[in-house]
Design a binder for this molecule. Structure first.
Ligand code: FAD
Length: 530
């Protein structure tokens, strides 16, 4: 008997490579494409800032438009998901609920609740993995029931398993013609995508990034035209302070599932197949997607992955609790223009380059402030358009050297780091207009400018822009000793995620440094400042 189905969108806000929606359409006489806007659930799962609310609403509007083009529609229903489902399952005589399987504990809990509801109310639940192409249960099985804790081991298992399944075909008008919701629903005002005003989300804080599958696909196609760039993509060579993204900038679209990672993976494979040479993981573009899969796999089977306490792979560190310093970092008031410019871009746009994330995360944690990575992760979770449960926590553990990363003697210098790729400080001038008129010589450390130069620049340091909140050299020397001690005391934990492969993002930097060192005839030092 064909089903009467609710297809529940959670992430996966797209019509291309959507295996669950395809299965819903193939097994049903009626399909109701539903998004439940459960604000209480969303806010308890992950703290969403205004930029991401806009991005989500734009993505829903786009999905609505694309479904309408295929003769269907999106029904957005506000309320607590369990109550909404109970209500509509009865109202529409539903016999099946389809939804993408996700790995986050809060989404798993939701799926369990729906399963229980299904048994109680007599409907089937069907779910497929759509957000992560790599089969992490198979990976866990092949690794003796536990997640591989290094990227190298993860890649090894993948090489045995082979490539992920191919993407499924695109949905067509014919798919929807066979089964569609009652026509009166198309016009129902109560099912429309709410406006930001309806949710009291201020309009003045929109990011230049526009949400939705259509925009995501346009950006993706644009990149794919540039086959040489794709084939030679080497992450450490991309520039953190370019004024336009020097990487793909696709992460916000992957994060809500507006784009299929699997489709991108195979499009990359096709380009690699046609290229004489191409870069490889960990630094290639496919390598970037595999980092994503790696963190998803580890997160799916590690208790308390987004916390330090109770997280078996994470070093237990007595971080400082300093609300005032945390606030300065968050509000771009550290007095280090490179750090403050990055935090300003994060506030204004919701996206920053990977190495820029390195810079501010290192500064907050092991580098300068010795504040917990969990605090930084929460700020990123609120501000980033691409905020992601597994990737965010995984990278914060990495940057704070709490797990995965072991070259902890390398500390990013908040003055020299940005200078290397943007000596004139154009990025700082864009995001911190108060410093625009400083000569390049002082733009990364304006407190060193003579009083006359500050007057000429129209910005007195300590008055119009803060003095640096600390002495980087003293703070980082001190923190390095603390970290050394922690790692000696918790040697066993540190070894769990230890990879003999170097940090991929440091490859380029290391080469530069050794060239510099050999030019100066210096011996390698124990402590390295990037
Ligand atoms: P590209 O370089 O073009 O890579 C393509 C895709 O590969 C990305 O869209 C992303 O899906 C994936 N990817 C790239 N780098 C990584 C990585 N290091 N780990 C996992 N996946 C990766 N990324 C998020 O998507 N969400 C987050 O919440 C997030 N938090 C981060 C927090 C910190 C402290 C750091 C250092 C990094 C974080 N990243 C996060 C990873 C990375 O910075 C972004 O994925 C990347 O910068 C997005 O830009 P892009 O799409 O241009 O990446």
């Amino acid at each position: 008997m064909p089903h009467r189905t609710i297809h529940l969108f959670r992430k996966g806000l797209r019509l291309h490579d959507n295996p669950t929606l395809l299965a819903a359409l193939e097994s049903s006489e009626v399909v109701y494409p539903v998004y439940i806007l459960d604000r209480k659930f969303l806010m308890s799962a992950m703290n969403m800032g205004t930029l991401r609310w806009h991005f989500l609403l734009q993505s829903l509007e786009d999905l609505q438009r694309n479904l309408t083009k295929l003769g269907s529609c999106l029904l957005v229903i506000q309320g607590e998901y369990e109550l909404v489902l109970r209500d509509h399952i009865k109202k529409w005589n539903i016999t099946q609920v389809t939804l993408d399987a996700e790995i986050e504990p809060f989404y798993k809990e939701m799926e369990r609740t729906i399963q229980v509801l299904g048994r109680e109310m007599g409907f089937d639940v069907l779910s497929f993995r759509g957000h992560t192409p790599v089969y992490n249960t198979q990976i866990l099985d092949m690794n003796g029931g536990t997640p591989p804790l290094t990227y190298k081991r993860f890649l090894h298992i993948l090489s045995v398993l082979g490539d992920p399944d191919m993407p499924v075909r695109n949905l067509t008008t014919e798919d929807f013609q066979r089964c569609k919701p009652a026509p009166e629903l198309h016009l129902a005002e109560c099912y429309r995508v709410p406006l930001p005003e309806d949710l009291e989300i201020p309009r003045d804080s929109e990011s230049p990034w526009r949400g939705g599958e259509t925009e995501g696909l346009q950006r993706l196609e644009q990149h794919l035209k540039n086959q040489g760039w794709i084939a030679n993509f080497t992450k450490p060579k991309t520039i953190p302070n370019s004024l336009l993204p020097s990487t793909t900038g696709l992460s916000p679209y992957f994060s809500l599932g507006c784009l299929s990672v699997r489709s991108f993976f195979y499009r990359l494979s096709n380009i690699y197949a046609q290229s004489k040479n191409h870069s490889l993981p960990p630094v290639s573009l496919q390598g970037q997607l595999l980092w994503r899969e790696f963190f998803y796999t580890v997160a799916s089977a590690t208790p308390n992955f987004t916390k330090m306490a109770g997280n078996p792979i994470c070093l237990q560190i007595n971080w400082y609790q300093d609300a005032e310093r945390l606030h300065k970092w968050r509000m771009a008031q550290t007095g280090f223009p490179w750090i403050d410019a990055i935090m300003t871009q994060l506030h204004q746009e919701g996206w920053i380059h990977h190495l820029a994330r390195h810079a501010v995360a290192c500064f907050l944690t092991r580098g300068d402030l010795w504040i917990s990575w969990e605090e930084g992760m929460k700020v990123f979770e609120e501000m980033l358009l691409d905020a992601d449960y597994s990737i965010n926590a995984g990278n914060w553990m990495w940057l704070s050297a709490s797990a995965f990363f072991h070259q902890y003697t390398r500390i990013f210098c908040p003055v020299r780091f940005g200078k290397r790729t943007d000596p004139e400080g154009q990025y700082i001038r864009k995001y911190l207009p108060v410093l625009t008129n400083f000569p390049s010589k002082y733009i990364y450390e304006p407190w060193t400018a003579p009083e006359e130069a500050q007057k000429q620049a129209g910005c007195i340091i300590g008055q119009d822009y803060p003095l640096p909140m600390l002495n980087h050299k003293e703070a980082s020397d001190h923190n390095l000793q603390l970290m050394k001690q922690v790692r000696e005391e918790q040697y066993g934990t540190a070894q769990l995620t230890r990879d003999d492969m170097d940090d991929p993002m440091e490859m380029g930097l290391k080469r530069e440094r050794s060239e510099e060192n050999s030019k100066k005839g210096k011996h390698a030092r124990n402590r390295e400042q990037t």
